[in-house]
Design a protein around this ligand. Structure first.
Ligand SMILES: CC(C)(COP(=O)(O)OP(=O)(O)OC[C@H]1O[C@@H](n2cnc3c(N)ncnc32)[C@H](O)[C@@H]1OP(=O)(O)O)[C@@H](O)C(=O)NCCC(=O)NCCS
Length: 176
């Protein structure tokens, strides 16, 4: 199994892998654009898992639409790590997930953030996490999207986040 960036030709398979999770409500329906997705590919070329990265701000990127077609074989965990690596490469400082399966993400070193976008959208009082100050603006933006979500009334998803390492300089020199 390898994880790679999706290509345009992968879109029908990505939609097919996501379909059961969308139908059961664990993943929200979305327009599938290949440039947003990483895919796990089996040796025979079949796509067996997908994950999307969506920028919330210049610093914060959301990991979403995570689906494994072969549960319990390490596909989901590998996709999370690949998404973390890709988000780091793109220069984000935090990766977040709005999810109903926080325990799964905690295994990949995500931590619960107490400022829940859906709660803010409903007008509940929540405190911003002290550990992720850069999330405040991004969470506010997300809350505005939650406010128009048809599932807002029943949403109980948590926001989890993992800080990303600062990109290291590849080369440097003094300039006059
Ligand atoms: C969540 C999901 C992506 C995990 O994929 P996977 O390929 O099974 O993941 P892995 O094989 O790497 O890890 C499996 C482990 O995660 C655990 N896990 C799976 N779902 C879990 C959940 N809802 N909560 C907590 N742990 C969970 C399993 O118990 C298993 O644990 P084990 O290794 O101790 O047996 C997959 O179950 C899935 O596609 N679910 C439907 C869509 C979904 O809920 N996506 C997440 C939306 S944010």
């Amino acid at each position: 199994m390898v994880v790679r960036e999706a290509r345009g030709a992968d879109v029908p398979q990505i939609v097919a892998v996501m379909a059961p999770a969308v139908a059961e409500g664990s993943v929200l329906p979305r327009d599938v654009r290949a440039e947003d997705f990483l895919v796990a590919e089996a040796p025979d070329g079949a796509i067996i898992g997908v994950v999307a990265l969506s920028a919330w701000s210049a610093e914060v990127v959301e990991l979403g639409s995570l689906v494994s077609a072969l549960p319990g074989r390490g596909v989901g965990g590998l996709l999370v790590e690949a998404a973390v690596q890709e988000a780091t490469r793109r220069g984000f400082s935090s990766i977040v997930s709005l999810t109903g399966i926080g325990g799964f993400f905690e295994r990949s070193r995500f931590v619960q953030v107490y400022d829940r976008p859906w709660a803010r959208a409903r007008g509940c009082a929540t405190l911003p996490s002290q550990d992720f100050p850069e999330l405040s603006e991004a969470v506010g933006n997300k809350a505005r999207r939650c406010a128009v979500c048809p599932r807002l009334a029943n949403c109980s998803q948590s926001l989890l986040a993992r800080p990303l390492p600062v990109a290291r300089a590849l080369a440097s020199r003094e300039v006059a």
